[in-house]
Design a binder for this molecule. Structure first.
Ligand code: HEC
Ligand code: HEC
Ligand code: HEC
Ligand code: HEC
Ligand code: HEC
Ligand code: HEC
Ligand code: HEC
Ligand code: HEC
Ligand code: HEC
Ligand code: HEC
Length: 335
């Protein structure tokens, strides 16, 4: 079979391979240790030869030795239609990296050792992702993708906990958006499950997510994290909002306390709002007075008695203009 592709990469592979050979010989003890482990694994593998379901195959995949792998060229002899998605997607790059052996290369990096299947063409002898639980699918992907801040918290994410796995958002062979192998483009991808947040982005004032100016993933990490709402940083610290609204970051000589303690969401609705400036209240004085009255909040001083709310003192930010903090004025009259 002819596949006129990867020519450059196959050439590159030679020097790369040479580097790996040197690397491998330097790390001899680790490799030697693994071989004896593999022998033990082989006998265990024999014992479970009758196992056929994808779950069981997935479980035993980590124990298979190199001889159980046939390489992607063999797979493609029968599955020619998979060549395009494999070659044009990112995962052909796994062929370049030989450090961890055939279990981490090509088709079999995901589908597990394929010798038994390639010889019999029996679909029950290969890992079919449709036969795996969401968690098990994600675990297979995480073998390679669990490193780095972006993905390391997936197993404790709200998505994983609610049975949403990698293949709900990504498709290896049938991606509709090539970049990041997404099943759908944002924000439709997210709306397909989060219909409840959609109306906020159609409000008169909203972050322009539907218009493509910013994405859900600018603020949320779909792969999870330590922070509530899968936010990329805390609403309290607001590093999140400062990514774009740098002028609000300060530090200011005179900080407006809630911007630091409760964060931007104390006053703004992050998705969208019926009110200008994404404010939580339709009139700014109502917003301010939630805190600046005698009774509600001891931390915030009540407005002075001369602030007659029937008159000009309604428009608080006319005078207290530097509401996010000021370097010159205690009362935020000037920036
Ligand atoms: C000798 C031909 C042959 C070879 C070689 C082969 N397969 Fe298959 N494979 C088949 C046939 C036939 C089926 C069943 C087709 C079907 O059910 O649509 C199948 C089914 C599958 C399935 C399940 C498809 C589904 O619809 O659930 C996967 C996954 C798969 N093969 C992956 C591989 C991988 C990975 C390799 C290389 C390690 C490989 N195959 C090598 C012939 C082959
Ligand atoms: C990065 C992981 C990964 C790699 C690499 C990979 N696959 Fe798949 N494969 C999957 C997943 C996940 C599915 C389940 C369907 C889906 O989500 O697209 C799948 C489905 C399949 C199917 C079922 C039919 C279909 O269209 O969905 C076949 C056959 C298959 N793969 C063969 C291959 C072959 C052959 C290769 C190598 C050329 C390969 N796969 C490489 C992850 C992978
Ligand atoms: C809820 C949907 C969703 C789930 C579940 C999900 N992803 Fe993603 N993933 C995305 C989106 C959206 C992007 C693009 C992010 C961007 O544009 O900033 C992405 C990007 C990526 C990237 C490339 C970008 C990068 O920064 O590294 C990888 C790799 C990836 N995901 C792997 C995974 C793996 C592995 C899993 C399962 C453990 C997974 N994803 C689960 C939605 C998801
Ligand atoms: C054998 C290791 C390995 C496994 C297993 C693996 N990947 Fe990858 N993945 C890679 C490599 C290598 C890249 C390319 C990274 C790069 O280009 O820097 C990649 C890239 C990606 C990307 C980024 C695509 C882009 O456009 O940048 C996504 C998304 C992704 N993988 C999802 C998955 C999913 C989902 C699974 C499980 C079905 C999976 N991967 C399994 C090694 C792996
Ligand atoms: C396959 C369905 C599905 C897709 C697609 C999906 N999610 Fe989710 N997501 C869920 C479920 C289920 C939960 C947990 C229940 C809940 O809080 O709504 C969740 C939780 C979340 C949470 C945490 C909510 C909280 O209250 O803590 C955020 C944030 C989130 N998803 C963002 C996204 C983003 C951004 C995307 C698109 C990249 C996305 N989701 C795509 C199903 C999905
Ligand atoms: C400008 C940043 C930003 C963007 C863009 C954004 N979010 Fe949020 N999102 C937040 C913040 C901040 C919260 C937490 C609100 C709170 O705690 O009061 C949140 C909360 C959520 C929640 C939890 C439930 C809720 O309504 O409070 C979900 C689900 C969610 N976002 C999904 C999405 C989806 C889907 C998109 C894209 C369509 C998106 N977000 C775009 C900042 C953003
Ligand atoms: C990825 C960049 C980005 C992030 C992150 C971001 N914003 Fe925005 N924001 C924008 C852009 C761009 C606009 C103005 C463009 C538009 O929508 O008309 C905007 C507009 C606003 C407005 C309205 C300004 C006006 O003049 O009406 C407010 C308020 C706001 N953002 C608050 C926040 C808060 C709070 C957060 C954190 C939860 C946040 N933003 C995170 C990019 C971002
Ligand atoms: C105490 C309430 C409050 C907090 C906390 C707050 N804001 Fe505001 N913000 C306002 C008010 C009120 C306006 C409207 C000002 C006006 O109309 O002159 C505004 C306006 C804005 C605007 C649009 C006008 C401009 O100055 O650029 C942006 C962007 C914005 N805020 C971002 C943020 C960010 C980011 C944070 C978190 C650091 C934050 N805000 C925290 C009350 C607040
Ligand atoms: C979430 C509660 C909250 C909201 C909403 C809020 N503030 Fe504040 N504000 C505070 C706190 C707490 C302080 C700090 C008091 C201190 O440092 O002793 C403060 C301080 C101030 C000060 C300085 C007072 C002084 O004596 O130094 C002014 C002026 C002020 N706020 C005006 C406003 C205006 C105008 C609004 C509406 C746009 C507003 N605040 C909204 C909580 C709030
Ligand atoms: C016409 C200008 C103007 C408007 C409008 C205005 N203020 Fe003031 N504000 C002042 C002045 C002047 C002071 C007193 C400064 C001083 O004591 O030196 C003040 C002081 C304050 C203080 C500090 C009180 C203290 O004891 O430390 C707070 C809080 C405050 N204003 C909140 C508000 C709120 C909330 C609104 C809207 C409901 C508002 N202001 C509207 C001019 C204004």
């Amino acid at each position: 079979m002819l596949r006129k592709k990867n020519g450059i990469w196959r050439c590159l592979a030679v020097p790369v391979l040479a580097v790996f050979v040197v690397f491998a010989s330097l790390t001899q003890p680790a490799w030697a240790g693994r071989k004896s482990q593999d022998k033990k694994a082989k006998t265990e593998q024999k014992k479970s030869a009758a196992d056929t379901s994808s779950e069981q195959l997935a479980e035993s995949a980590s124990k298979a030795d190199a001889s159980q792998y046939v390489g992607e060229e063999t797979c493609l002899q029968c599955h020619e239609d998979m060549a395009k998605s494999f070659d044009e997607g990112p995962h052909w790059k796994t062929l370049q990296d030989q450090r961890r052996g055939p279990a981490f290369q090509g088709c079999e990096a995901c589908h597990g050792p394929g010798k038994a299947h390639a010889e019999s063409a029996d679909p029950t002898k290969i890992i079919r992702f449709t036969g795996l639980s969401k968690t098990e699918v994600s675990r297979r992907c995480l073998q390679c993708h669990q490193y780095g801040q972006e993905h390391e918290n997936f197993l404790r994410s709200a998505h994983q906990k609610n049975n949403v796995g990698c293949t709900d958002c990504h498709s290896i062979h049938h991606a509709n958006v090539a970049k990041n192998l997404l099943v759908k483009a944002q924000p439709l991808l997210c709306y397909s499950c989060h219909l409840d947040v959609k109306p906020a982005f159609s409000m008169p004032y909203h972050h322009k997510v539907n218009e493509g100016l910013i994405a859900c993933t600018n603020c949320h990490n779909p792969h999870g994290g330590f922070i509530t709402r899968q936010l990329r940083s805390t609403a309290g610290q607001d590093v999140l909002c400062f990514n774009c609204h740098t002028d609000k970051a300060g530090p200011f000589a005179f900080e407006h306390a809630p911007a630091k303690t409760e964060g931007c969401v104390a006053c703004h609705m992050p998705h969208g709002s019926p009110n200008p400036r994404l404010l939580r209240r339709s009139q700014v004085n109502l917003l301010c007075l939630e805190c600046h009255t005698l009774t509600v909040d001891q931390l915030a001083p009540a407005i002075p008695t001369f602030h007659n709310q029937a008159q000009k003192y309604q428009a608080c930010t006319m005078c207290h203009m530097a509401i996010h903090g000021s370097n010159t004025d205690h009362f935020f009259f000037k920036p």
